[in-house]
Design a protein around this ligand. Sequence first.
Ligand code: 7RM
Length: 538
Amino acid sequence: QQEVGRAANAQTTLGVVAGDRIAIYLPMIPEAVVAMLACARIGAPHTVVFGGFSADALAARIADCDAKVVVTADGGFRRGRLSALKPAVDAAAARCPGVEHVLIVRRTDEPIEWHEGRDLWWHDVVGTASPVHAPEAFDSEHPLFIMYTSGTTGTPKGILHTTGGYLVQVASSFRTVFDHRPGDVYWCTADVGWITGHSYIVYGPLAAGATQVLYEGTPDAPYRGRWWEIIAQYGVTQFYTAPTAIRTAMKWGDDIPAAYDLTSIRVLGSVGEPINPEAHRWYRDTIGGGTAPIVDTWWQTETGAQMIAPLPGMLDAKPGAATAALPGIAIDVVDDSGASVPNGQDGYLVVREPWPAMLRTIWGDDARYIETYWSRWPGVYFAGDGARRDDDGHIWLLGRVDDVMNVSGHRLSTAEVESALVSHAAVAEAAVVAASDPTSGQAIVAFVILREDADADNPGIVAELRAHVGREIGAIAKPREVFVVPELPKTRSGKIMRRLLRDLAERRETGDATTLADTAVMAVITAAVAGAPDAKEA
Ligand code: 7RM
């Protein structure tokens, strides 16, 4: 609280006033939480940009919300290795004239480039500020933060969350879904750069007065038992992670968690993608001692807080089902006409009534907000997910029904990766699909047509394109595979038939291609894919 008070005073000294936007680009260190809470205290909405995002992605976000200050660090640590952050901020700030100050946390002590007048050390400015700060009072609808997320186009959307309703729902869902009690030690492994870190590391647990673990490292450094060791060391009672991490731990073998005392665990949480029944059972049996209930929580950046989850002890979890809407949340599954489907049928997941933590708009684009979420069936929120209502009326999530991909719980749009690919000088056209992947849930597979003047025989082109996407967006967006093809399957109206590319990416026989403008192209593309060198190695 004192550090937050100092940071709030420091921001004020820099000229930040209520309503100004602050970008935060930090590793998972306490200063990230401090910086966010300092913003909340003075009413300056923050936008936290995941530290794995590239300079381009950072610049796009700073520019979209016109941030005045960027909080960053000289770098961070990943698996014991240094990784810089400041060069990306320098590159981004050079393109964003609205940035008046860059506040830098000293974390690695590595040398950084210094921009006199703009750059300031956190320890000089925050460290010397008074810890006494009276929080300002704001209307419940005052903007709290903007969180950028992928939609169906190439431009990420700035999801705007406000103060009162958001805090009510994140705090109450934290308490009920995780059955939080005094003395508990909670741990969420998400990064604060994602919505899960905002709602279930920073705002929900802290509003509920929880004691928690904040961890900067990865699960496999310095060894693969690191997470389980931390649970044993601190007596963690609630553990919240993503299915992709559970599947990875499963692959590493039961003997690794078996070496640690995990009996403190009372509730286990899952978020980010559907959890397959096998991973669900392994999680409960191997990490939860066979007794800990799994709360499979469905929600989105847009919903702000958990919406569907089995309350522990109140509903028997079904491995693979998120089960039921939380109290007060009007979840429904509807057909194309917007009518509720009966039990035993599939449809689209919707929310029929507003809820406290719902997004209020897309920053700077009210029209896109209405169009994206409220127009398919007027007055009903469309989540973009398919769902099944089983014979008991319980909800099973079936994945996205739009062009949003989910790679290890990270949201990316096909359009975003396609536009990164075509920004490379050698690429004429690109089509991206998500193929199912045993570890990451989905993996990105790209099909590209090279420009005529590009060197088609360049053996390094695949590696180069993967690296290019990494630079344009970030490492999480690098395609698992890139296939150079002579054509793409298009309908007469020019729409790419991704379904056929998905068949190829998943090594299946391709389905019905009769609606293609040129039905012969599939044979040509299939041959190109079959003849491609093992792109995974590239
Ligand atoms: C919290 C978060 C949202 C998308 C959402 C779904 C998928 C999230 C679950 C899930 C099945 C779950 N926000 N999703 N949780 N699918 N079961 N428990 O992940 O904005 O980054 O992603 O993630 O498709 O629409 S997010």
